[in-house]
Design a protein around this ligand. Structure first.
Ligand SMILES: [Zn+2]
Length: 269
């Protein structure tokens, strides 16, 4: 019996789940994924993530943040809205926030500003004695990312670099700073994930967590493939099996360790 899993990154407020969200949650539970962190990644979706978590206590938890793609929407009003969301216990992490210079959907100065504003929220929560961990996104922006995080060193709680896809230097920079690493089905992508297979054995068990990033990043080795190509939390055991193989561990050992790590990181009961 594989220990239950925690999917630390599921975009369950995405409209592709509107027609069958309850069935998706039931399939997750049947697959042994009994807790999920619903990613809040925009002004529109962060309140929805909280709402969803409130509807499923003990099963769903939320993050609240603004993804770098949406950084242009980060106004004073947005900052106040995020701070209000973080007053709720169901919101267990600050983010998704960070930098994405691969897509550049928002101008880079706006991305840096939105990232800093959210790190300030995390710093203020920590200073108030109610720290929350950070749920971070970084793509093709490693050096700026490291520099901005350095400005907040010692003032923020633990951090996870979710959907890690970068290389060896970036991985060791993160591990040297004691950050956690989130691994997705990117690992299963024979075109662009091969380097990750060699890197994942370097991640200590107490720094490793797993996620689907559903509905995105459908694992390309899934068989059979869902017709609509939509990823969902029920596919997390497939990612864990591949990750375990690459790490030379059993799926049971990876499941047990990542669940323990995620529960402690997000402060779940
Ligand atoms: Zn992301």
């Amino acid at each position: 019996m594989t220990p239950p899993l925690i999917d630390i990154g599921a975009n369950l407020t995405h409209d592709s789940f509107d027609r069958d969200r309850d069935a998706v949650l039931a399939r997750a539970r049947d697959a042994g994924v009994n807790r999920m962190i619903v990613t809040g990644a925009s002004r529109e979706h962060s309140p929805k993530a909280l709402e969803l978590a409130r509807q499923h206590p003990g099963m769903l938890y939320a993050t609240a943040g603004v993804h770098p793609h949406h950084a242009a929407e980060y106004t004073e009003e947005c900052d106040a809205e995020l701070r209000a969301l973080h007053a709720h216990a169901e919101v267990v992490a600050v983010g998704e926030c960070g930098l994405d210079y691969f897509r550049d959907f928002s101008p880079r100065p706006a991305q840096r500003r939105a990232f800093e504003r959210q790190l300030q929220i995390a710093a203020d929560l920590a200073a108030a004695g109610t720290p929350k961990p950070l749920f971070l996104h970084q793509r093709d922006a490693h050096d700026d990312f490291i520099a901005i995080m350095k400005d907040f060193e010692g003032r923020i709680g633990p951090a996870v670099v979710h959907c890690f896809t970068a290389g060896r230097r970036e991985l060791f920079d993160c591990l040297d700073r004691d950050w956690h690493i989130g691994i997705t089905g990117w690992l299963c992508d024979e075109r662009r994930g091969r380097h990750l297979r060699e890197l994942v054995p370097n991640i200590p068990a107490h720094r490793l967590m797993v996620e689907t990033d559903a509905p995105y990043l459908l694992p390309r080795t899934l068989d059979p493939m869902p017709k609509d190509r939509r990823n969902e939390p029920a596919f997390l055991p497939h990612i864990v099996a591949e990750l375990a193989r690459d790490r030379g561990q059993t799926p049971e050992a990876v499941a047990a360790a990542t669940t323990t790590t995620a529960a402690a990181f997000f402060g779940l009961d």
